[in-house]
Design a protein around this ligand. Structure first.
Ligand code: PLP
Length: 394
């Protein structure tokens, strides 16, 4: 056989397939929501980050309204001619919502992390990073050229050890997700903020899954745990609970000035469509005016965890709308996910590298669009699968 440049890729993909790690894509038809049409099948959807159920019906009218006068594409990066009045308005609104001086929009949460971390940290600095941080934080750390010290997940004593090891660094940064995307657990921000002040480190947190959901006013885990004044850099996304698209960084005026000048994904990427920014403003209004959306959601999540735990199904340290069902091997997670699919429910199997080896899970993500009956149906289906699984083991 003649050599082709694709042989190695084919071989590697076959290996991934064999290990149960290969990804296969499906396609949704129709809108995102608690019920979706997925590969032609109608499914109750527990795989969405649209936690407040805003992404489809609720925000569409705002986008449509904008599309008349506002048009669609932005045409350039924000520093050239891409920044419109709706971007500026949303940035002010985000700063006000977060209770800080200033905020900056990025094309995505991914870009916000890369931009903030690479603009702040560089060679000679040390970044202390939680072992389960999101890929965009990991990539930002790697790109920055700083020394990276990964500390054990949510472990302040290992973090302190890392700070001691890096006392000679030019600057120190602690970076962490606040609500972990797979475990649904929250970072120990109290001890983190205290250590940061003791060891003179800057704290960057990523509230991607918590913005709009946790905390009295929906500002996230920093608000929930009462440590907002100790957080120097807050990263968030508009694409999860806020139902639109885009990322942001919120903090001091100086921080934002620095990012405008230094954050490459801000400088070299086209601004979001203004209609997306208008939708973001509408979403923040809803977060403020309808606290019952998040309260109901968290209440249902607590009930789900409880119902699963009494059936000896393990949900780890979750205390949020993200409820992991921990299953272990990737093959088992895939089997359970398929068994749910056969019953008309969608819960994605999460496998390495998204979770550590041996900790594959079903990620159950609740939204304000689910009813109590939807959750009952999920509990019933999981209970059936558990019984069948136990029988097969016996
Ligand atoms: C989803 C996610 C991001 C990326 O946000 P996007 O707006 O989807 O790019 C960043 N950080 C965390 C923790 C996330 O879960």
């Amino acid at each position: 056989m003649a050599w082709t440049p694709w042989d190695w890729i084919e071989k590697e993909l076959a290996k991934w397939e064999h290990r149960g790690l290969r990804r296969h894509r499906s396609t949704r038809t129709g809108p995102q929501g608690a019920v979706i049409n997925w590969n032609g099948q109608r499914l109750l959807n527990f795989g969405s980050n649209d936690y407040l159920d805003l992404a489809a019906r609720t925000l569409s009218p705002h986008v449509q309204q904008m599309l008349g006068p506002g048009g669609w594409g932005s045409g350039a990066s924000p520093l050239v001619t891409g920044r419109g009045e709706w971007h500026a308005r949303l940035e002010r609104r985000l700063a006000e919502f977060e209770g800080v001086e200033s905020a900056l929009l990025f094309p995505s949460g991914y870009a916000a992390n890369i931009g903030a971390i690479t603009a702040l940290a560089g060679p000679g600095d040390a970044i202390l990073s939680d072992a389960l941080n999101h890929a965009s934080i990991i990539d930002g750390c790697r790109l920055s050229g700083a020394d990276i010290r990964v500390y054990r997940h949510a472990d302040p004593s290992d973090l302190e050890q890392g700070l001691l090891e890096n006392s000679g660094a030019r600057r120190r940064f602690i970076v962490s997700d606040t609500l972990f995307s797979m475990g649904g657990d929250v970072a120990p921000l109290g001890p983190i903020v205290e250590l940061a002040s003791r060891y003179q480190a800057m704290v960057l947190v990523d509230e991607a899954h918590a913005t709009g959901v946790l905390g009295e006013r929906g500002r996230g885990v920093s608000e929930l745990l009462g440590v907002e004044t100790g957080i120097d850099v807050r990263v968030g996304t508009l694409s999860k609970a806020l139902g639109t698209i885009g990322g942001f960084v919120a903090g001091s005026r100086l921080l934002i000035e620095w990012l405008v000048n230094q954050a490459r994904p801000y400088i070299f990427s086209t601004a979001l469509p203004e209609a997306a920014a208008a939708a973001g403003i509408a979403a923040l209004d809803i977060v403020e005016q309808q606290p019952e959306r998040r309260q109901r959601l968290l209440h249902r999540a607590a009930r789900l965890r409880n119902e699963l735990n009494v059936r000896e199904l393990q949900t780890g340290a979750s205390r949020s709308q993200i409820v992991p069902l921990i299953l272990g091997e990737p093959g088992r997670a895939l089997e359970w996910s398929q068994a749910l699919r056969d019953r008309g429910l969608h819960c994605p199997a999460i496998r390495p590298p998204s979770v550590p080896t041996g900790e594959s899970l079903l990620r159950i993500s609740l939204t304000a669009g689910h009813t109590d009956a939807d959750i009952d149906q999920l509990i019933q289906a999981l209970d059936d699968i558990r019984r069948r699984d136990a029988k097969a083991d016996a």
